[in-house]
Design a protein around this ligand. Structure first.
Ligand SMILES: Cc1cc2nc3c(=O)[nH]c(=O)nc-3n(C[C@H](O)[C@H](O)[C@H](O)COP(=O)(O)OP(=O)(O)OC[C@H]3O[C@@H](n4cnc5c(N)ncnc54)[C@H](O)[C@@H]3O)c2cc1C
Length: 472
């Protein structure tokens, strides 16, 4: 009995229930489909496409080491799968679920259509638990992280990670595959080589990264996670996004390490809690699918965003705002495809509050440029910072980029690394925007006055009222 295993955001062999169960009952044909889903929000950004190319290459390598290979196809998923079933005589099709609204709708339709002719099974491989499993006593979903996470921990993680299958039996006649390059995930003008110098892609690299992180970062994660100049976080986010490692594996490995190193306890519990934020992001998107591009807080549907913001948006995107910490973050993003979480919050606050650019513009830019671009976490991060999402930062919390910079990059090392124009500045001066008449004309004057723009944002927030007409 041959099975198609349809890989999506689960590009690994271990803890892959679809692959594991398929391998127990016969031959397996691993498939990846480059499916141009109708909903544009599901399309990958440029940096993610590059990552995906390398991740598929790594998966194919691992499958070949097991005597199998990855079959690549392009086109709308249902007809591609139907064609593959016809070509191979497969009678089973297994996949691991993905939870963005467009994919959920597509997969439901595929399941209903194919069920008549073959066995169709789907599994959870990308979350700790299913989003519908943890609900409030009244059956509605949580909107605040802390009670949600408490309920999650009480519910427990229902399944231990699975091992990689011992064998991945291949059929004698493998179907034809497109060459990886034909999918066109790499750019024609090769801007990606500098970015990829910062990363090792694939399942082996992901596990290695976690194992290296646990003893070093794990010891002082609580403090180190806020300092962008030092690698105090795991940098697992792109690996988790593409499923090169599962959240269950990450949590299980961490707990296992904690059992052997109890002194590291508090830091690593916090690390597990951060994985909980990823889980919460997918939970919210599942229960409130409209938040892909609309604020969860309805008052923000009428927020008076700036009307003509193309120039300020461009300066922000290019790391030319004249605020050193913001420009450092935006340039780190451009050069490496990643940005430190603390800096993500500061740059997002500047765009959505000081520059009054709709948060969706920032979300789009991040989606295009982050290697870990993840619909749910990105939407959550932007709505949280803009003050319009679940459990959001209150509207009056407008990050002051100078104070944040002094606090979290006290010596200015992060700024000097990414903004070479400021290399000569000492640790007092490096955080400050340039004043008119200052030397150093190669660094721009600030895009906006912070104090003025803060007051302006607060006024704008005053204009949107609660549904009952009262103010905040
Ligand atoms: C405006 C904004 C946009 C963001 N966009 C994304 C995105 O597109 N993709 C993405 O994976 N994360 C996003 N985040 C969350 C966070 O910045 C990254 O997950 C984190 O920086 C990844 O680095 P790390 O793997 O070293 O994290 P670690 O600190 O090592 O955390 C471990 C894992 O927990 C998860 N995690 C940590 N913090 C968060 C968080 N706040 N929300 C959700 N999950 C979290 C990630 O999967 C991460 O890999 C965004 C945050 C903000 C403020």
């Amino acid at each position: 009995m041959t099975a198609l295993v349809w890989f999506r955001q689960d590009l690994r062999l271990a803890d892959n229930p679809a692959l594991y169960h398929a391998c127990r009952n016969g031959e397996v044909i691993p498939v990846f489909i480059d499916d141009p889903l109708p909903a544009s929000v599901s399309r990958l950004g440029s940096a993610s496409r590059v990552w995906l190319h390398h991740s598929l290459q790594a998966l194919d390598h691992d499958l070949r080491a097991n005597g199998n290979r990855l079959i690549l196809r392009q086109g709308s998923a249902l007809p591609v799968l139907q064609q593959l079933l016809k070509e191979t005589g497969a009678t089973r099709i297994y996949w691991n679920r993905v939870y963005d609204p467009a994919s959920l709708a597509r997969d439901k339709h595929i399941k209903e259509t194919l069920r008549a002719s073959c066995e169709v099974r789907s599994f959870n491989a990308c979350l700790l638990n299913e989003p519908w499993e943890v609900l409030k006593a009244d059956g509605t979903p949580y909107k605040v992280f802390t009670p949600y996470w408490k309920a999650m921990l009480k519910h427990g993680i229902q399944h231990l990670p699975l091992p990689a299958p011992e064998r991945i039996p291949a059929p004698t006649h493998k179907p034809q595959s497109l060459p990886l390059d034909a999918l066109g995930f790499l750019p024609n003008i090769r801007w990606d080589s500098g970015m990829m110098e910062h990363w090792q892609v694939g399942e082996t690299a992901a596990l290695q990264k976690l194992l290296e992180f646990l003893p070093t970062g794990g010891m002082d994660y609580m403090d180190a996670r806020n300092i962008p100049a030092h690698p105090g976080t795991s940098k697992l986010s792109p690996h988790l996004h593409f499923g090169e490692i599962s959240p269950r594996q990450a949590v299980w490995q961490t707990k296992h390490w904690l059992a052997e190193n109890p002194a590291a306890e508090s830091g690593l519990h916090h690390f597990i809690r951060e994985i909980g934020w990823r889980e919460f992001a997918w939970y919210l998107l599942y229960h409130f699918p409209h938040t892909v591009d609309q604020a969860l807080d309805e008052r923000f549907h009428h927020f008076p965003w700036a009307e003509d913001y193309s120039e300020t948006l461009q300066r922000w995107q290019r790391g030319q705002t004249g605020y050193p910490i913001i420009d450092a973050g935006m340039r780190e993003l451009w050069q490496t495809g990643w940005m430190h979480n603390r800096v993500r919050m500061i740059v997002a606050s500047m765009l959505s509050k000081n520059l009054l650019v709709p948060w969706q513009e920032g979300e789009h830019w991040f989606r295009d440029t982050l290697v870990d671009a993840d619909l749910a976490s990105n939407v959550l991060g932007w709505q949280w910072t803009a003050g319009c999402g679940a459990d959001a930062a209150p509207y009056f919390r407008i990050f002051n980029p100078i104070l944040q910079s002094r606090k979290f990059d006290p010596d200015g090392d992060y700024i000097r690394r990414w903004v070479p124009e400021l290399q000569g500045r000492d640790k007092q001066q490096v955080h400050l925007p340039r004043e008119p008449g200052d030397s150093g004309a190669d660094y721009p004057l600030p895009v906006v006055d912070f104090r003025y723009s803060r007051e302006r944002a607060l006024l704008m927030f005053e204009k949107i009222k609660k549904p009952d007409g009262k103010k905040w």
